[in-house]
Ligand binder design. Structure first.
Ligand SMILES: Nc1ncnc2c1ncn2[C@@H]1O[C@H](COP(=O)(O)OP(=O)(O)OP(=O)(O)O)[C@@H](O)[C@H]1O
Length: 209
């Protein structure tokens, strides 16, 4: 379970952004909606342990994440939180499979090539495991981003604007993959977007105003 209690943040010289309390139960799939500038990225950073809010508490599975030391928080994030950014951040000099092994080692988990192969297979790109990022199409790279986010079986899977630059068909493909991967890995899914096309796919919506 993930909970957000009395959280607010303000950047230097700017007014407070308040976030209403939020409880996300295991396995739920949520849409985080809000206009540009409403604070979606700020909230994602708070939820993922990147940005300590000025006030309030964030708990993930009974761990108050901002109560952890920065070293423990790094490890906690690597093991419990998978993030899919709009553009994949992969290491170009490493193969796809090596990029995934790196994500295991960042989380201080043993190399598990069986898991790497299984995740790539579930995303339909097992044949690209020895290729380098430059050799893949944009759509394939996005699948690798999803693979890297789920490789350590995180409790929380977060995607930041995963569909806004895609056409209708590919937006649906990516959304289906996210839903399928969160189900297969029993991960809670939070998708932040201002893309109203994806609204119908979710039962739960947290809206920023
Ligand atoms: N590092 C920062 N320093 C100062 N102000 C910031 C910083 N990051 C964000 N802001 C401000 O905080 C507010 C919320 O920004 P945020 O990026 O969280 O919004 P968003 O909903 O993700 O927007 P978008 O959909 O355009 O990406 C905005 O007014 C923004 O200008």
């Amino acid at each position: 379970m993930i909970s957000l209690k009395s959280v607010s943040h303000s950047y230097a010289g700017q007014k407070d952004i308040g976030f209403s309390d939020w409880q996300i139960n295991d396995g739920e799939q949520w849409l985080l909606l809000g206009e540009s500038g409403s604070g979606k990225t700020t909230l994602l950073h708070i939820l993922t342990g990147i940005l300590k809010p000025k006030q309030g508490e964030v708990n993930i599975n009974d761990t108050s994440i901002y109560g952890l030391s920065s070293k423990d928080l790094d490890q906690f994030r690597g093991r419990n939180i998978g993030i899919i950014f709009q553009r994949p951040h992969l290491i170009k000099s490493l193969s796809i499979s090596e990029n995934l092994v790196l994500a295991q080692s960042f989380a201080k988990l043993p190399t598990d090539l069986k898991r790497v192969n299984a995740v790539l297979d579930s995303l339909g790109i097992e044949n690209k495991k020895n290729a380098y990022p430059d050799e893949l199409s944009q759509g394939q790279l996005q699948r690798v981003s999803i693979a890297r986010a789920v490789i350590n079986k995180p409790a929380l899977l977060i995607a930041d604007e995963p569909t806004s630059s895609l056409d209708d068909k590919n937006a649906k493909v990516v959304l289906d993959l996210l839903m399928q991967q969160s189900g297969a890995n029993q991960a809670t899914l939070v998708v932040a977007t201002h893309d109203k096309r994806v609204k119908d796919a979710f039962n739960n919506t947290y809206e920023l105003s």
